[in-house]
Every structure is written in C-alpha cells, then in structure tokens.
Design a protein around this ligand. Structure first.
Ligand code: ARG
Length: 428
C-alpha cells in the first residue's frame, strides 16, 4: 500500500521500474529519517499539533525503529515504496491515529532531503577521520625516511634528487587541500532543509528553528525552494570533495604501481599484500593499488554524473533526483574503503634506501653540481653550458652531498608546518 494510494493500485511493472534499487539505498538513510522524524514530532508538539502524550508515544516507537535499524532487523519489503512509507506504516500499526499524524506539515521530499543532509554530514565526518589517519601514516613514513633519496622525474625522465620524505609528505600535504574541499561540502550540508515540505513550505505554523537546533544543524536553508534545489547540489558538493581525495589517492596508487615494478624497484610490500598470477609463478602483483587507482578514477566521474542528472531540471522536486542516492551512497562507501586500504597497506611498505647508488642516476645531480659553480661566482648560463659539455663528453662528476635548505625542499620538509595545517583543518 502506498502512502498516497487512493484505491487504484499502480501497475507492478511501473512500481518495479520507479522504485528500482531505491529501497537498498534507503537502508543507508533510514537511521537519519528516524532522527528527523523525532525532531519533527517534537516540533509538532511544541506548536500544539500533537499532544505531549502523542509526542512521547511517537518518540518511543521511533526509538524502537532506530534500534531495529541499528541491529539490522529493519527491512523495507516490496510492498513499501521506500523507508518513509515503511516507517509511517510501523508507527500507524503500533499507534493507530497518532501514527497517521506524523506526516502533518511535511512531505517525503523534505524527509529525504533532511535524511540525506544528516547522512552526508555523518559520512563527511568519517571520511575526514579516515583521511587524517592516512595523513598520519604518510607523515610517519616521511619522518622515518626523510634522508633516503629517490629519483625525481619530469616527463618521466630522470630530473632531480627527491626523497622518500618529500614524496610521502607531498601526499600528506595534498590531503590537507582535500580536507578544505571536505569542509566546504560540510558547510553546504550543514543547513536544515526540513520544513520545505514538498518544496513550497506549509500553511501550518511550523517552527523550523526548533528542528534546526534539535538536529544539530548550524543553520537552516531558509528559502523553501532553495532547500529543494539543494537536492543533488549538496550531493555534488560532497562528490567534489570525494573526487579531490580520490585524485590524490589515484596518483599515489599510480606512483606505487610504478615504484613496485622490477624496473624501478623503489619500494616493496610483504607477500601478504600482493597477489599472484595463475600462470606466472614469479608474479607479485600490486592489485590493491591498481584497484584503488581505478576506483578513485571512477570516483572522479561522480560529480559529472550528478550534474548529468540535475542539469536542465527546473526548480522543484522531480523523481529524477531519486537516482542521486545510487551515485553518492556507493561513492562514499568506495571512498572510505580506498582510504582504509591505503592506510593499511602503506603501513607495511618497505623502501629501497640505496636507489641512487646506481650510476644511472648520476645526472639527477647535474643542477645541484652546476649550482655550486654559480655559488662560486660563475654566471648561471655559463655554468649550465660547462655542465652540458661535461655531460656530453662523459666527464661529468656529480656532487652528491649538496644540501637543499629552503622550505619545502628535501633538506627542509617543514613537517611541523604541514602538521599545523592539518591540525587547523581538523579543528574546524
Ligand atoms: N524515493 C523518493 C526520492 O528519493 C522519495 C521522495 C518521493 N517523492 C515523491 N514526490 N514521489 O526522491
């Protein structure tokens, strides 16, 4: 039975098509739908549309539903269109007319909106914590291996000396940028859309400040039309933040695949982390990092996909918006899984500390060696030419012990400064 059914049923085929997998995604949101229903019920009590006894009864049953969701026994059977219908059904079954009153002054349109905002806020918090954990792993590695050198490349050609300290902390500092995007997405999600009802408000004197406070939102999305237009837009803000982290992770995964190759042999992982081949007995494949790379590349397409759903929709609610759930929920799950597996795997990385002993890396030091000449008084262009001739004639003698001292260079990683940036963004 549909909430809106008035005697004429919907064709089963239509029902199957319009609901699709929505019940599955609603299971991720149901806890937040209940949370918002509790705030809504209390507010209806405050403005006199429910008695205090009715409010108490509703809160008790909603708590029982929350418990069922928590322990996994809450289900949305095919006879229900969505979580909202199932929850209202349970309330009505338990409380009769009181259950039927919960939907006063709201619509599933603002119910799903508020549940999504609460869900996104929670998930952004989790992603932030996981990003921070990966940051910590990278920073520890940077500290531990700050003196181990690594070839730096441009055009994938040997360029200048880099170090494991520089490489690990580069990704750590990049994650700080990603958290700035995460913060922006959090700000967008931290606005209460409840009370916008179907998208145009209600003639009941509802108290939106009450539910805003009750649900812990920083502010409300005042304009009811803007609140409804936030559907898809809020998800896109989150997807952008996720995509930013994903870009960092896919590049790190790519570096790892490259560095793990026998032709590079810069890093290794214990056998428990690599996978074998069914035909080649010697293989230790970096499948984990290849999959992180692919998953994170796909994640960078999600803002686009959300845009494709929402572009060209006029203001107001449209059923198209239902599909935003099946993009954002799995994207969040994938992001968390990638962050977790990266932190887990990187903790076990082993680095090759003597890479640069190989004379093929001598030219990494050409710039540093010529800089010494410049410091000795030779103009840069003359020193460049002299060095070029020595390289051509095979008489180049690299000076390997030259210190890089400026901020952010391999001899001065500024790890405390990077940590401070992270501390600040974590405190917001
Ligand atoms: N499953 C729907 C969605 O996610 C819930 C809102 C339904 N509203 C409606 N007017 N049919 O968008």
């Amino acid at each position: 039975m549909k909430l809106w059914e008035k005697g004429i049923g919907t064709d089963k085929k239509i029902d199957h098509f319009t609901v699709g997998n929505d019940r599955e995604w609603d299971l991720h949101l149901a806890k937040f739908d209940v949370m918002a229903s509790k705030a809504h019920a209390k507010m209806l009590g405050e403005i006199g549309l429910l008695t205090s006894v009715e409010v108490q009864q509703l809160l008790k049953e909603l708590d029982a539903i929350a418990l069922a969701i928590e322990n996994g026994s809450f289900t949305i059977e095919d006879s229900f269109e969505d979580m909202h219908s199932k929850i209202e059904f349970i309330l009505t079954e338990k409380l009769g007319d009181t259950g039927k009153k919960i939907h006063t002054a709201r619509s599933r349109n603002d119910q799903v909106l508020v549940a999504m905002h609460l869900y996104l806020k929670t998930e952004l918090g989790e992603i932030k914590i996981l990003t921070h954990s990966l940051f910590e792993v990278l920073m520890h590695l940077a500290e531990a291996h700050k003196d181990s050198l690594l070839p730096g490349y441009t055009h994938l050609q040997i360029a200048m000396p880099s170090s494991f300290g520089l490489w690990f902390s580069a990704y750590a500092e990049s994650l700080v940028d990603d958290l700035y995007f995460l913060e922006a997405a959090h700000k967008v999600a931290d606005q209460n859309p409840l009370g916008s009802a179907a998208g145009y408000g209600s003639s009941f004197p509802i108290d939106r400040s009450y539910t805003t406070k009750e649900l812990g939102f920083e502010t409300m999305k005042y304009n009811v039309v803007a609140a409804q237009m936030g559907r898809g837009k809020t998800e896109k803000a989150v997807a952008f933040a996720v995509s930013s982290i994903a870009a960092t992770l896919s590049k790190l995964a790519m570096d790892l695949c490259l560095y793990l190759s026998q032709n590079f042999n810069f890093v290794s992982f214990p056998d428990t982390l690599t996978t074998g081949s069914s035909i080649m007995p010697h293989k230790k494949n970096p499948d984990v990092f290849e999959l992180v790379r692919a998953k994170c590349n796909l994640l960078q397409g999600v803002p686009n996909q959300l845009g494709l759903i929402t572009n060209n929709l006029p203001s107001g609610y449209h059923r198209d918006l239902q599909l935003t759930k099946e993009l954002i929920v799995p994207a969040i799950e994938e992001m968390k899984a990638c962050l977790e597996i990266m932190a887990f795997s990187l903790k076990q990385i082993k680095i090759n500390a003597s890479i640069l002993d190989d004379p093929k890396y001598d030219y990494l030091f050409s710039v540093d060696t010529l800089n010494e000449l410049v410091l000795g008084g030779m103009p840069f262009r003359d020193a460049y030419k002299k060095m070029g001739k020595e390289i051509e004639s095979g008489t180049f003698n690299p000076k390997r012990n030259i210190a890089h001292t400026h901020e952010g260079s391999l001899g001065n990683l500024c790890l405390p400064e990077i940590r401070e940036k992270m501390r600040q963004v974590m405190a917001t």
